[in-house]
Design a protein around this ligand. Structure first.
Ligand code: FDA
Length: 313
């Protein structure tokens, strides 16, 4: 399985495989399971449906590794548009529907000025979010971006203390980052991590990643911040619930997060039990990298995709 995962994550970086998958006629219908639409209004509609089911959402405008400034500005504008749409639809109250931003999409990789450009754009997105009455979380990308992303987080939090961070349990450094970020008012999403990382920086075995996740969750749940436990893993969800009891945390003083289309019944079950549950809803045209990472996570998703190719392709 690790070989398959590795191959899919490599494919996610290949231009040729990308062209093949993106143009396959069947791809769109399979992708719909994970990405509810390409347009902002489709994303807002998906959020309204989830909210009606008792869930919260965080919207992600798909796209990463922006290569020019015009594209970075277009992504910033897309966030402003969708935030206005969420607000008009009455979905932002109490941060029910917020947005997640990849800094590489707003310019982080644009040469020596990349960090400054990304900070400016993220600042403008935060300002739009504040106007809309909601929050922003900064997604975490590959390990080379972590220091820059945490530095931008610190800058943004001076003006917008509610900006959320993401930490990836597979990185050796993350236990330390959890300790640093487990302070009052600090919103931190903990996930396992989705990128192809070298052994020099990340645990190579799934078991070690799971153990690291538990240690990080312990730190965050014992701290004074607002932990956001992002996982579909039933064992880790149970551990999260147990940690809440152990740390005398009331429901709503932390939340669970899952991806759109993955374990939707479990999302609703947890919400029915009174837990705060947020669904990560990606939308937009640039769905390829996100889609390949979802395939890499679960062999059943690959089988589903290949079956569709064979029956309809
Ligand atoms: P994993 O993939 O190991 O699955 C564990 C178990 O969960 C499986 O064995 C199965 O029991 C169950 N399961 C998983 N998928 C299932 C399915 N389709 N149906 C039924 N059961 C299923 N990563 C990153 O690097 N940066 C980021 O910013 C984010 N952001 C983010 C936000 C949110 C809300 C989520 C949920 C995830 C992310 N991630 C992320 C992705 C994350 O790092 C990770 O790759 C995926 O969540 C998969 O890891 P799991 O914890 O779900 O476990």
């Amino acid at each position: 399985m690790d070989v398959l995962r590795e191959a899919l994550l490599k494919a996610a970086e290949s231009r040729q495989v990308r062209d093949l998958v993106v143009t396959a006629p069947v791809s769109r219908s399979v992708v719909n399971r994970f990405v509810p639409g390409e347009a902002a209004d489709q994303a807002v509609t998906a959020c309204a449906e989830l909210v009606a089911a008792g869930l919260r959402t965080t919207l992600d405008h798909l796209g990463e590794d922006t290569t020019d400034i015009a594209q970075a500005r277009a992504v910033r504008d897309a966030y402003r548009t969708v935030l206005a749409g969420l607000s008009e639809a009455g979905l932002t109250e109490g941060g029910r529907c917020e947005v997640s931003v990849k800094l590489s999409a707003v310019g982080q990789a644009l040469g020596p000025d990349g960090e400054k450009i990304a900070l400016e754009h993220a600042h403008e997105i935060c300002s739009a979010a504040e106007l809309a009455g909601t929050t922003v979380t900064l997604d975490m990308e590959d390990h080379t971006t972590v220091d820059s992303t945490l530095s931008i987080l610190r800058e943004l939090r001076r003006d917008y203390p509610w900006v959320g961070a993401v930490l990836q349990a597979y990185l050796y450094r993350t236990e330390g980052d959890c300790t640093d970020l487990a302070h009052e008012g600090s919103r931190v999403r903990l996930c396992k991590g989705a990128y192809r990382e070298p052994e020099s920086v990340a645990y190579p075995s799934k078991k070690d990643v799971d153990l690291a996740y538990v240690r990080c969750a312990r730190t965050l749940m014992a701290g004074a911040g607002y932990p956001m436990l992002a996982t579909h893993d039933p064992r880790l969800i149970d551990i999260g619930t147990a940690l809440a009891v152990q740390n005398k945390r009331s429901q709503g003083s932390y939340e669970f997060q899952m991806l759109y289309g993955i374990r939707p019944d479990e999302q609703r079950r947890l919400a029915a039990d009174g837990e705060a549950v947020r669904v990560y809803v990606p939308y937009g045209q640039d769905w390829y990298g996100y889609f390949m990472r979802r395939l890499a996570e679960r062999p059943a998703n690959v089988a589903f995709f290949l079956r569709s190719l064979m029956t309809k392709g």
